[in-house]
Design a protein around this ligand. Structure first.
Ligand SMILES: Cc1cc2nc3c(=O)[nH]c(=O)nc-3n(C[C@H](O)[C@H](O)[C@H](O)COP(=O)(O)OP(=O)(O)OC[C@H]3O[C@@H](n4cnc5c(N)ncnc54)[C@H](O)[C@@H]3O)c2cc1C
Length: 478
């Protein structure tokens, strides 16, 4: 702890967004990094608590990858950015992803959050890794001592990427199979560029290729490549295929044109930004000149809002069935856990109307296209309240109500894997081993829809278990 009185002398100061009127003109990132001296001052606010809840004590709160936050805060305060980068990378393969898009459970569990002044951990993390890339400190870590073991990983999202990087560094030959044209999973095709530009993924893919990872993009396992063939050619297989089955809203009028899953809409825009062709036979879904209704209040819903606004929507309304959360949590009841409270995303701030406790009862339309939603308010038990009916005009409806499970047809059914009650691939979070002796699973495919930081954790931990199983020991960190 560099400065004992830092937290008494300095208030929290965090990154700001570029003004909404400017940022909605393009799809670029808009967080303005803090100047170096401000970052050092902010790092000096860390109290190096006896129990650092921020870096996760029992896997329940704080940072899921166990970032050693007090340690690198101190290094930043002292100006040793290179050592801070080494420390940060020792627990997190991709801090530039989490430094941009993590909801930062670490800040919720920071002791200074008890007075609403948590250390700006996420911004400091992002600055450490951005500086590391700028100064050439992030280099391929090539292991020339090859084990002769071959590992196939299916899925190149953050879980698959983290597992692949760890296993290549342990000396194994690693092949990553990805059905899309580029690696990155939801980081690439779900999360819009304005939250995270894709150069961050490209740089990591290059680093990993230099470390020996072979990416086979455009390869659908269980489709154009059989999972049996991979099993035969590999010592171990890791499934990291994400949770791709979207939750639907099966009400009257669902078949009308103009009603789409968020994950049919968002990837198209990400492909446009990167100059990739839209998938074959897919008609463009565009929000320009339309009244857009987004159903679902989470990250995916917010990304639909920001994308619709940038495409020139006339209006965007977001519907959430849950009641409006309290403006502020009761810290003594919630801290150091993640609190339920009102949060406004940058996209919501850009001009979306938000409605809580709303159920959509029916879609109606003209000439086969949606034009209106019939809605009703619900009470806290989700019972519709008579007399509260209203309707919303809509030319485009985006369903962003989360994901029910992984895709269970294809490789999962070919392998006859056991599933849990929610249809996720069954494996515990210590072994990551499926019911098949040669197959492990990590990320959303195992835990259900979650966060990038959890996917990185699972990829790392799963890699260690695979390494241990193949070699009888493992030097990989968790
Ligand atoms: C729109 C959206 C916004 C989000 N925003 C955030 C956010 O701001 N912050 C955050 O922390 N989390 C966010 N999330 C959640 C986060 O993206 C996921 O939890 C995370 O990406 C899961 O990582 P994963 O590696 O398990 O799976 P994924 O990222 O889903 O990657 C799985 C990959 O496997 C591939 N694949 C699947 N099956 C096969 C097969 N048979 N053959 C070959 N390839 C296959 C898929 O094409 C995909 O590329 C968001 C999710 C969505 C949908």
């Amino acid at each position: 702890m560099g400065k004992v009185t830092g937290f008494l002398e300095l208030d929290r100061q965090d990154r700001k967004y570029r003004p909404a009127a400017d940022r909605i003109r393009n799809f670029k990132e808009f967080l303005v990094p803090l100047p170096e001296q401000v970052l050092k001052d902010q790092a000096s606010r860390c109290m190096d608590c006896g129990v650092p809840f921020c870096h996760d004590v029992k896997g329940l709160k704080g940072c899921p990858v166990n970032n050693q936050i007090p340690d690198w805060n101190d290094l930043v305060y002292r100006g040793d950015w290179e050592q801070a980068s080494r420390d940060l990378h020792s627990t997190n393969n991709f801090p530039e992803f989490t430094g941009r898009i993590c909801p930062a459970p670490c800040e919720a569990s920071c002791t200074l959050n008890l007075i609403d002044q948590p250390v700006t951990i996420k911004s400091i993390e992002c600055s450490i890794v951005d500086k590391a890339w700028k100064n050439g400190w992030v280099k391929p870590e090539v292991n020339l001592n090859k084990t002769g073991k071959i590992i196939s990983i299916i899925g190149s999202g953050p879980a698959g990427m983290a597992a692949a990087q760890q296993l290549a560094r342990a000396g194994h030959t690693v092949h990553v199979y990805e059905k899309n044209q580029k690696a990155g999973g939801l980081l690439r095709y779900g999360i819009p560029d304005f939250k995270m530009e894709k150069l961050h993924i490209d740089r990591r893919v290059e680093q990993m290729e230099e470390e020996g990872v072979v990416f086979h993009t455009g390869s659908h396992v269980g489709g154009d490549i059989s999972v049996e063939a991979l099993l035969n050619s590999s010592d171990a297989v890791i499934l990291a295929g994400g949770a791709e089955k979207p939750r639907d809203l099966s009400i009257q009028g669902r078949e009308l044109d103009g009603i789409h899953f968020a994950m049919n809409f968002l990837p198209q825009q990400n492909r446009r930004v990167s100059g990739e062709r839209l998938a074959m036979n897919s008609n463009p879904i565009l929000a320009g000149g339309k009244h857009v209704v987004v159903i679902g209040g989470g990250d995916t819903g917010s990304d639909c809002i920001g994308t619709s606004i940038r495409q020139g929507a006339l209006s965007v309304t977001q519907l959430e069935i849950m009641p409006e959360p309290p403006e502020k949590e009761n810290k003594l009841l919630t801290w150091p856990n993640w609190p339920l409270k009102m949060r406004t995303s940058s996209s919501q701030e850009e001009g979306a109307g938000r409605e809580f406790s709303v159920m959509t009862e029916k879609f109606s339309g003209e000439n086969g296209r949606v034009s209106k939603l019939d809605c009703i308010k619900v009470d806290k038990n989700f019972v519709p309240m008579k007399g509260s009916e209203f309707y919303l005009k809509a030319d485009l409806v985006l369903l962003a109500m989360g994901f029910v499970s992984p895709e269970t047809n294809g490789m999962v059914s070919d392998l006859k894997l056991d599933l849990d009650k929610k249809d996720n691939v069954l494996a515990d979070d210590r072994e990551y081993k499926t019911s098949h002796g040669k197959v492990w699973v990590a990320g959303d495919m195992r835990r259900g829809q979650s966060l990038v930081v959890w996917a990185i954790r699972e990829g790392r931990q799963c890699a260690r278990m695979v390494d241990q199983s193949l070699m009888g020991y493992s030097n990989l960190a968790m």
